[in-house]
Design a protein around this ligand. Structure first.
Ligand code: CMC
Length: 390
């Protein structure tokens, strides 16, 4: 049957060509369309980054205005989507709701969708980028029993999200610009990361010509795990469990013990064998937000000390395990008032543009192939089946 490379976990397999994102893990470099992430996170806003991921170039003022208008036009979800929420348990994890409701979008946009038409592909991308914050905030509102808040198009992307999360009928949420900026930065820092598990999932699902909304739901599912996007939630739970600085050495030892499955959440990365450049910006933002909100968070003390000790510890140094993007994002989100189970939802919301940019790039290829890995069979050789005597 021919030869293939056996590469479990795809440590050495390039699955596609892409012009979207470049990572040099040895040197801690991350570029979107050639622009360094540090610069994008501090000098661009999330919608600019969305535009460049989708279109290949940074927008000029006119293009930005037009793009913003288009996105705000698509922020509402069909009223029928509201009904989906009634089927969930009140205590359902918001990622389960997100996964299901994003998948359900495919039932609204399917029959008249031609995925081979670049314009229609872009329209699907705009819809997804626009509707994700609405659906994410609905999942939150459903869990705490408050009415859904409709999008407000005069607000920026991040302000609108915060407003849909935190406004209650009697009282409009007053958006703090420092918080809105931090939120925007969290979105930007999660926007894309080339062929990670969820993006590869979206590409693989999409490679068969499947509905893009259903493919994004597959991405949400893949992101949920604690080794991937679920790490931000797991990291905050871990910091709470550690509780105080004195307990850190015990947990460092647990992380090093091979017979113990415990890992330091928010540490290590498949590609970065150096500081995650996203973590550097996230760390600064974390301090800015806590200062602005005047929060003394003991978890931050635990995080800082954990970082210090781990960066000096031989085990972590030798294995090149540095704090990753999820190490600080949880502390910021907690300070903003976002509950822990929403952290991965926010990651999914931010990453949607990356997923859909990759899907669009793949669908635009001349010789696009279905993804179909091979396997090394380790089961029985052929044997005779003996029917049960009835
Ligand atoms: N704590 C303790 N030991 C670790 C950790 C950790 N966080 N991460 C890796 N190691 C060890 C691991 O035990 C292994 O040791 P050995 O070679 O002795 O068996 C070695 O380092 C290499 O680890 P690996 O699991 O083979 O590496 P990988 O590339 O398959 O996994 C990872 C990368 C991110 C899944 C892993 O580092 C991890 O589980 N980290 C914690 C979860 C986390 O923070 N994930 C978020 C990643 S960034 C956001 C995103 O992209 O979603």
């Amino acid at each position: 049957h021919g030869y293939f490379t056996f590469d479990p976990g795809f440590l050495a397999t390039g699955s596609c060509e892409s012009k979207i994102t470049f990572i040099d893990g040895e040197n801690g470099v991350l570029l979107h369309r050639g622009y360094p992430i540090g610069q994008l996170a501090t000098e661009a806003d999330y919608l600019e980054v969305c535009y460049m991921l989708l279109h290949g170039e940074a927008p000029n003022a006119e293009e930005y205005k037009e793009f913003r208008k288009t996105i705000t036009k698509h922020t509402m979800v069909h009223q029928g989507i509201h009904n989906f929420f009634n089927g969930f348990r009140r205590d359902a994890h918001p990622m389960s709701m997100l996964c299901a409701v994003v998948g359900a979008l495919s039932s609204f946009y399917h029959d008249d969708l031609d995925i081979h038409d670049p314009k229609q592909r872009l329209r699907s991308a705009y819809r997804l980028v626009a509707k994700m914050p609405t659906i994410a905030a609905m999942a939150y509102k459903f869990s705490n029993g408050q009415p859904f808040v409709y999008p407000r198009n005069e607000l920026s992307y991040s302000e609108n999200f915060l407003n849909m999360m935190f406004s209650v009928p009697a009282e409009d949420y007053e958006v703090n610009p420092v918080i809105a900026k931090a939120m925007d930065r969290i979105f930007t820092l999660h926007a894309d990361h080339e062929q990670n598990a969820s993006t590869s999932t979206v590409r693989l699902a999409g490679s068969s010509g499947a509905n893009p909304y259903a493919c994004i739901a597959a991405g949400v599912a893949s992101l949920w795990g604690p080794a991937h996007g679920g790490a931000n939630e797991a990291c905050l739970r871990m910091l709470k469990e550690i509780g105080s600085v004195e307990n850190i050495p015990k947990y460092i030892e647990k992380a090093k013990d091979k017979s113990d499955p415990f890992r330091l959440m928010g540490f290590g990365h498949r590609v970065y064998k150096n500081f995650d450049p996203r973590a550097t910006v996230m760390r600064d933002t974390c301090h800015e937000v806590l200062k602005e909100l005047n929060i003394e968070d003991p978890l931050l003390d635990v995080a800082m000390e954990l970082e210090r000790i781990a960066l000096e510890d031989d085990y972590f140094v030798e294995k090149k395990l540095y704090p990753n993007v999820d190490f600080y994002s949880g502390i910021i989100l907690k300070a903003i008032g976002i509950p822990t189970n929403m952290f991965t939802v926010i990651f999914a919301l931010s990453r949607t543009v990356g997923w859909v940019s990759h899907w669009n790039e793949m669908m635009g290829e001349d010789n696009q192939k279905i993804g179909r890995p091979r396997q090394l069979y380790t089961g029985y050789t052929q044997r005779e089946f003996k029917p049960i005597k009835r």
